[in-house]
Design a protein around this ligand. Sequence first.
Ligand SMILES: [Fe+2]
Length: 242
Amino acid sequence: MSDFVDLHSHYLPGIDDGVRTLEEGLELCRRLRGLGFGTVMATPHIRTAMFDNRRPGLEAAHAAFRQSAQGKPELPRLGLGAEHFFDDVFWGLFERGEAVPYPGGKAILVELPRERLPVGLARFFFQMRLKGVRPVLAHPERYRPFFRRSEAIDPLIDAGVLPLLDLMSLTGKYGRGPRKAAERMVDEGVYYAACSDAHRPADAATVQEGIRALRRRVGDSEAEELLAANPRRILAGEADFE
Ligand SMILES: [Fe+2]
């Protein structure tokens, strides 16, 4: 069986727009395991005025979830990160060491505003890298500046960012702009890894469709890199994407 690593999902119940109940959270994890994800990270939103989550609360919620997951061999290995919306609040958290990096502390998942790129973004990403933390960029294909052309991502990649494909973008779940952008950026080799960004158990079927679409586009061995080897490298702090 495949041993993929999902760096982006919302299986922690009741703390963002992800699953609402413990049962749903367990069911989502079960279904992702069924698709081949042997490891799944919870990445709840940290976004001011929408999801004002902080590390202590997320750690407590994750510990409680783990407790409920114990003794269920059909579940994947679990880990905690967060999907940090990129703004001043995030930067403050990051500088104070209060952000929620992936286990091991080598990388952090960042989300951008949909309509335009924040000013000086590449510089911030470069500073993160200098501090030994790789910024992982959630679903670039879902941001308008990348709908038609990929060029704007080049300075971000130069600054050390690792782009993460949302598999469901390839199915058209988010509309034509993100689907076209995802297909183009897959063909161009822009992505370092691929993830589910699943919010509901029902998303698993769409993620499966996305994995099929990815395999058709890049072949099985490149798909395995994006789904297994590269996310592992991110967690190990060994990502090399110059
Ligand atoms: Fe997400």
